[in-house]
Design a binder for this molecule. Structure first.
Ligand code: AMP
Length: 276
C-alpha cells in the first residue's frame, strides 16, 4: 500500500492504478464498519483508494474535533491488511491551504435533522468530499448507510454537480447487541455503553409499528419511550430516502432515523425501508 499526503503525490500515484477504481473516504480511527466499505470496494473494483482525514470544517466550534479519536498507525495496518492500494492521508494544510474559501452547499436537505442540530456540518462534508472526488477521480464511491443523511446529501451532490462517480451504499455493521459501530463509541462509559443498543431497538420498534399500520406520529411517540435513560433523543422520524423530508405513513424507499445523546456523545442510527 502506498501512502501519500499531498494532492500532487496522490494524483501521480492514482494515475497508475488499474480501473475501475473504488474510493473509501474516512476520518480514521477505523473499525469493522469502515473495513466493510473497503471489502465492498475490493469486491467490485480492480483497485481501491482510501482517505483518512479528520475534516475540521465539518465540526462545529463546540464539537469534538480536537479530541476526535486518531490512530494513524492502526489505520494504516488495517487498510494494508484489507488490500487497499493507496492511502491518501493529507494534513489540514494540504486540503485547506492558506486563502482557501470555496464551499459547496446542497441546500435544504443539508438543513434538516443533523443539519438543524449541526448547521455547518454538511457544508463541511460536501466541500471536502467534492475535493476528494476531484483528487481521486474514482469510478465508485463507497459510503456507509450508518450515516444515512450523509448518503442522501452526497448522492445529491454527485447528481447535481455531475461528478462522474457511482455511489454505493454499504449496510451498517453492528455489534452483537445491535449498536452500530462508530469511532465515537470509545467515548461511552460502561453505563452509557449498556444503554446504547436501546437506540437501535427503538428504531426497530418504530418500524414494526409502522408496518402494523400506525402513522409516523403515533409510532414515533411509542418508540421514543424505548430509549434507555440517561440517553436523550435529538430526533426520531420517518423520512423519504432521497429528500429527507418527513413522511406521515410508511412508504418505500425511506429511512427511519434516530439520533440521541448518551452523555456528551451523540449516536446516530437508522433502518432502511427499501422499495420492493
Ligand atoms: P467516518 O470515518 O465516521 O467519517 O466514516 C467513514 C465512512 O464509514 C462513512 O461512509 C460512514 O458511513 C462509514 N461507516 C461508519 N460506521 C459504519 C458502520 N458501522 N457500518 C458501515 N459503514 C460505516
Amino acid at each position: 500500500m502506498r501512502v501519500v499526503s499531498t494532492v500532487a503525490e496522490a494524483r501521480e500515484a492514482l494515475s497508475s492504478l488499474p480501473r475501475p477504481l473504488g474510493f473509501v473516504p474516512t476520518m480514521g480511527a477505523l473499525h469493522a464498519g469502515h473495513l466493510e466499505l473497503v471489502r465492498a470496494a475490493r469486491a467490485q473494483c480492480a483497485a481501491v483508494a482510501a482517505s483518512v482525514f479528520v475534516n475540521p470544517t465539518q465540526f462545529g466550534p463546540l464539537e469534538d474535533f480536537e479530541r476526535y479519536p486518531r490512530d494513524d498507525e492502526g489505520d494504516r495496518r488495517k487498510l494494508q491488511e484489507c488490500g487497499v492500494d493507496l492511502l491518501f492521508a493529507p494534513g489540514v494544510d494540504a486540503m485547506y491551504p492558506p486563502g482557501f474559501s470555496t464551499t459547496v452547499d446542497v441546500g435544504e436537505i443539508g438543513t434538516r435533522y443533523e443539519g438543524a442540530i449541526r448547521p455547518t456540518h454538511f457544508r463541511g462534508v460536501t466541500t471536502v468530499v467534492s475535493k476528494l472526488i476531484n483528487v481521486v477521480q474514482a469510478d465508485m464511491l463507497f459510503l456507509g448507510q450508518k450515516d444515512a443523511q450523509q448518503t442522501a446529501v452526497l448522492r445529491k451532490l454527485v447528481r447535481d454537480l455531475d461528478f462522474p462517480v457511482r455511489v454505493e451504499i454499504v449496510p451498517t455493521v453492528r455489534e452483537a447487541d445491535g449498536l452500530a459501530l462508530s469511532s465515537r463509541n470509545v467515548y461511552l462509559s460502561p453505563e452509557l455503553r449498556a444503554a446504547a443498543p436501546s437506540l437501535h431497538r427503538a428504531l426497530q420498534e418504530m418500524l414494526a409499528l409502522l408496518r402494523a399500520g400506525k402513522d409516523a406520529r403515533a409510532a414515533r411517540e411509542q418508540a421514543r419511550r424505548l430509549l434507555d435513560p440517561p440517553a436523550i433523543w435529538d430526533y426520531v422520524d420517518l423520512v423519504d430516502m432521497d429528500t429527507f423530508s418527513p413522511l406521515q405513513q410508511l412508504r418505500a424507499p425511506a429511512f427511519i432515523i434516530g439520533a440521541a445523546r448518551f452523555g456528551s456523545t451523540r449516536l446516530l442510527d437508522n433502518l432502511m425501508v427499501a422499495a420492493e
